[in-house]
Write a protein that binds this ligand. Structure first.
Ligand code: NAD
Ligand code: GLY
Length: 352
């Protein structure tokens, strides 16, 4: 097992390893003491891991409640969030109790936002079961639900008290969902670690899963400790996301998030090369590694639609927009550009 300490407004540990769910009671007791734990999970994940987690927590002395919702982004909304809060109220959950978010990023974001706001804030534990959640969403305290007008438009910063990442849970994850997590892993390598990038090229992520998660999470920890509230360096984590979110919107959210990020990273690398910020070899390496992990590298949507979609993205600050530009593998920078220049960046990236 690897343990990574996070020293943010809340201090907590991230535990990464095989078979950790079998000792979850002991880990959670150390982090929050004995209390009532509400397991929040979706209807794909709870049937696989929910009962064994419940029994493990009960045998460690916890009272356990479970709240299971329909899987998918469509459940990350105010209605499910409100229902979860009512459920906790009806079951007399108090400020001394805690939530355990068992699932992917949808579960973590929804349960985390409920924890941030229920009775002005209770503790929560992240138990990520997707690669994306393991390397990104379970760490750093961003919690949210979507509004009709956009993704993550209602949310809060609320750090977990513990993250338990049992790598065995990834064995039941569908291959396309695993591949989407790979896009986020590759993002970290492009952002800040050339040697890591080479390791991902040489050896499959499946065969080094614990090390890969620990490397990504350590990088995210360093960024979060420096910029917990996302006013500076943390924006680097949006590499590939400006174009990626626009691609997701153009696809009517019919593509997975990681596929959008992969498309966005390639287009941004091409654009950065055309503008003289990075060499052609950087573009080729990014394209090659995304293809190796079966991720798309072309944006098939119309320039006009992509521009419109990007303008409704919340990363626009007034008349300027922040984009993350690769300079070489292992180094990217945050650039503020006039909003009207975005079209040029997209055109240079090969979007027609
Ligand atoms: P998800 O939670 O919907 O999980 C993807 C699918 O995999 C779901 O159908 C789920 O039921 C299933 N699943 C999960 N674990 C499984 C397992 N072990 N075995 C079998 N099936 C399993 O989606 P995701 O990709 O994990 O997360 C995407 C969400 O994360 C988005 O809402 C995004 O906005 C959010 N996000 C948040 C942050 C953050 O910092 N808070 C960062 C990145 C993404
Ligand atoms: N996933 C982006 C962030 O945590 O800031």
């Amino acid at each position: 097992m690897k343990t990574i300490h996070v020293n943010a407004s809340t201090r907590y540990d991230i535990l990464i390893g095989s078979g950790l769910l079998a000792s979850a009671g002991e880990y959670i007791k150390n982090a929050v003491g004995t209390c009532t734990v509400v397991i929040v999970s979706d209807d794909n994940v709870y049937p696989i891991y929910g009962d064994s987690l419940k029994h493990e927590l009960e045998s460690s002395g916890f009272k356990v409640l479970e709240y299971v919702f329909p899987h998918g982004e469509k459940s990350k909304n105010l209605s499910v969030y409100g229902d979860l809060l009512e459920f906790m109220c009806e079951n007399r959950v108090t400020r001394k109790d805690a939530i355990a978010a068992l699932g992917g990023g949808v579960t973590g974001d929804l349960a985390g936002f409920a924890a941030a706001t229920y009775q002005r804030g209770i503790r929560f534990v992240q138990i990520p079961t997707t690669l994306l959640a393991a390397v990104d969403s379970s760490v750093g305290g961003k919690t949210a639900v979507d509004l009709k007008s956009g993704k993550n438009q209602a949310g809060a910063f609320h750090q977990p008290s513990l993250v338990i990442c049992d790598t065995d849970t990834l064995k039941t994850l569908p291959e396309d969902e695993f591949s989407c997590g790979c896009a986020e892993v590759i993002k970290y390598a492009v952002l800040g670690d050339e040697a890591f990038f080479e390791r991902l090229m040489e050896k499959d992520i499946h065969d080094q899963i614990e090390d890969v998660i620990a490397t990504c999470v350590s990088m995210k920890r360093d960024i979060v400790e420096e910029d917990e509230f996302d006013t500076g360096k943390r924006m680097l984590l949006n590499l590939g996301h400006t174009f990626g979110h626009a691609a997701e919107a153009c696809a009517g959210f019919g593509i997975l998030h990681g596929q959008g990020v992969a498309m966005g990273m390639t287009a941004m690398a091409r654009s950065a090369h055309a503008a003289g910020f990075c060499d052609e070899a950087t573009v080729e390496k990014i394209t090659a590694i995304l293809k190796k992990y079966k991720l798309p590298t072309e944006i098939p949507y119309r320039l006009e639609d992509m521009v419109n979609a990007a303008f409704s993205d919340k990363k626009m600050a007034g008349s300027t927009m922040r984009i993350i530009v690769p300079e070489r593998i292992g180094k990217c920078s945050i650039m503020s550009i006039p909003a009207e220049e975005l079209r040029v960046w997209m055109e240079r990236g090969g979007i027609k």
